[in-house]
Design a protein around this ligand. Structure first.
Ligand SMILES: [Zn+2]
Ligand SMILES: [Zn+2]
Length: 262
């Protein structure tokens, strides 16, 4: 069962997914760059660190639940918000999960002269590199490489039986279908418009996103990461929603501030 509501303080056993940033590439009046917060009864899980991450402290009210930040890749629209971490005072600290082999890159980006080093934040940070098999984080069921010009990980989470899949920047690929198999919720990027493809810099469009959901037999598809240049108006997202629904009926588009409960 799915509901869309205005944001409220959550003491709900259901999972709340808050869309803090839904743009791809850069910020516009339609929203901030990509950042999604999942609140479960046991943890907070943040998907990517676009500029939407500055709203994180509006929603993270409990200091008893651990916070995990999963970065898909290092294109700046997914990591530019690391610069904002310095405003937070999360008593429980934060675990930052990154693709295997990118720890040095993360350290470089979060150092002078770019920004405050992670070690100097007001809360402790732990870094975990995610490979193909990963046992360190119990709710992370699978992480697979996407089809993108740089190493980019998609994630499949299982929160006590509820499966949420995040398919970030990618062209249509089998790994995305695998991650989304029978998922309760598939959160997929939608940088391109219907019919639009690129071979050197792959992204999904409403149709290819819907194809992944259909092939995977996901229960619901949520589109995020609308390229700021290609989707200048919110209405463009509604058109994409209609196009995706022709292939996969249970599709919704998103805007910043929206929440979905499952
Ligand atoms: Zn992107
Ligand atoms: Zn990218």
């Amino acid at each position: 069962m799915f509901n869309m509501n205005k944001r409220t303080t959550n003491h709900d056993p259901r999972i709340t997914v808050s869309f803090l940033g839904t743009n791809g590439w850069y910020d516009t009046d339609t929203g901030n760059t990509i950042c999604v917060l999942i609140e479960t009864p046991n943890e907070y899980v943040v998907l990517d660190a676009g500029n939407g991450i500055h709203k994180l402290d509006q929603d993270i009210k409990s200091s008893s639940k651990p916070i995990y930040l999963f970065l898909s890749h290092f294109h700046l629209d997914h990591v530019i918000g690391l610069h904002v971490l310095g405003k937070f005072k999360f008593k429980q600290g934060m675990t930052i999960c990154i693709p295997k082999g990118t720890k040095k890159l993360l350290k470089t980006l979060t150092s002078q002269p770019f920004t405050l080093p992670l070690a100097r934040l007001d809360f402790p940070v732990k870094i975990v590199e995610i490979g193909k098999s990963n046992k360190a984080i119990k709710f992370l069921e699978q992480a697979l490489l996407m089809d993108h010009p740089v190493p980019c990980l998609g994630y499949r989470f299982n929160f006590q039986g509820k499966v949420i899949t995040y398919v970030p920047d990618t062209g249509f690929c089998q790994n995305a279908v695998m991650l989304a198999q029978d998922a309760d919720l598939l959160i997929a990027e939608c940088a391109f418009k219907a019919g639009q493809h690129a071979t050197c810099w792959s992204h999904l469009n409403p149709e290819t996103g819907a194809e992944i959901a259909k092939k995977a037999k996901a229960k619901k598809l949520v589109l995020v990461h609308f390229d700021a240049e290609i989707y200048p108006e919110f209405n463009d997202r509604l058109v994409a929603q209609q196009q995706a629904r022709r292939i996969f009926k249970n599709t919704v588009t998103t805007k910043d501030g929206q929440i979905i409960k499952i």
